[in-house]
Every structure is written in C-alpha cells, then in structure tokens.
Design a protein around this ligand. Sequence first.
Ligand code: C5P
Length: 220
Amino acid sequence: MATKIIAIDGPAGSGKSSVSKQVARELGFGYLDTGAAYRALAWACLSHDGFSVDQLSSLNLAQVFDYQISTDPDNFWVKVGNNDVTAAIREPQVAEFVSQVARIPEVRSFMKALTHRLVAESGKPAVVVEGRDITTVVAPDAPIRLLLTASEEVRLKRRSAELSESSAASVMRQVSERDASDSKVVDFMTPAPGVQLVDTSDLNFNQSVSAVIALIEQGL
Ligand code: C5P
C-alpha cells in the first residue's frame, strides 16, 4: 500500500519540527523535514566547490545535487555527497541565505519530486512531512493536512529561548525577515481550504503533540 503523507506546514517557531518529529515517534511513522533539503541546497551553494545560486534554475538538480536525508525520527541526519551537514545547515549563514534558494521555481519543483521519492522509499505506512507548502503544493491530497501556528510573540520567544539576551534580538529579527521573505513565495500563515488550523500559542509541547495526534487519529 502507498505510504500516506501527514502534511504539516507552519512558520518558524510554530513548533512544527519538534512536534512533527515527536508525533512520528509516537505513531511509528517516518519523519521528513523538507526545510532541511532547502537548507542543504543553500549549504551546497555556500560551500567552496558548490554551485552558484544563479545556476540553480538551469541545473538538473536530480543529477547534480547528491542529497540524502534520514526519515527516521529517532536518528535524524542530512548528507550532501560525503559531508554530514546535519549541524552545518542550522548555521546562521545558511538560515540567512536559504530564502534566496527557496524562491526559485525550478528548485521548488525539484523539492516536490524529491519529497515524494523520499516518502515512497521510507518503507513506513505513513510519513509526517513538514514544511511550508506541503498542505498546498506538495501533497494537497494528503489525508491529513494541518497548519501549525502560534502568535508572533510566542514564536519569537520559542526561537530565542535557548539563546543569550543579546543574540535573542538578532534571532528575532532574522526569523521575522525570513518569514516575511518566505511568505512572498508560499502562504503558510493562513490555512488553505480543507487544512485544519492548530494554534499552539497556549499549548505546551506535550499538549501540541496530543492535539496533532488526536487530529491524525480522527482523520486516518
Ligand atoms: O523549516 P526551516 O526553517 O528549516 O526551513 C528553511 C527554509 O526552507 C525556509 O525558510 C524556506 O525558505 C524554505 N522552505 C520552503 N518550503 C518548504 C520548507 C522550507 O520554502 N516546504
């Protein structure tokens, strides 16, 4: 039977990555972080022997972008060629650059095909796929489509919770700028028709996980 997609979108700091991963663990599903693929491509552009962002629309990315990602929620890693980039893709230079890569239409269609291939190869009954355009473009027919949000204040607090006060201010600025830039390409702030909204502003982590699991169990 074909692997089902549980589609979860949301802005930075909505909790979608940590919640999606935990939901996948509890339900025995695969987990796919599509933002990691965009970040890995941005990393490849920034690395010395990588390709330039201007070339991306004309490259056959399926051939030249040697990318692997784990879909195991208990053991997450990302590789580009022989480089393990799991940590490097979280660096601020990558976060600052990734929107430029993500706005290229050819990159977006490559990522859509890549996502479906990774889901099919997961060997799981279902995969929780999280990103910005999963509910609308990548898997509009998915049996479960959720948009995780939280108020801007809560999202910024979550993103900066682990940082010192001085770097918190710059992270807040960076997250707002990246969301604003990404929103011009895909709308992930309002739910598309048929997409269920999960507002986590007043929910802690465990409550958010339970809310998402309840919706999945109702819908599957
Ligand atoms: O989710 P994360 O913050 O890691 O995503 C990194 C970037 O990848 C986003 O800022 C956005 O530019 C891009 N992205 C996207 N579509 C997705 C997932 C991520 O454009 N489905």
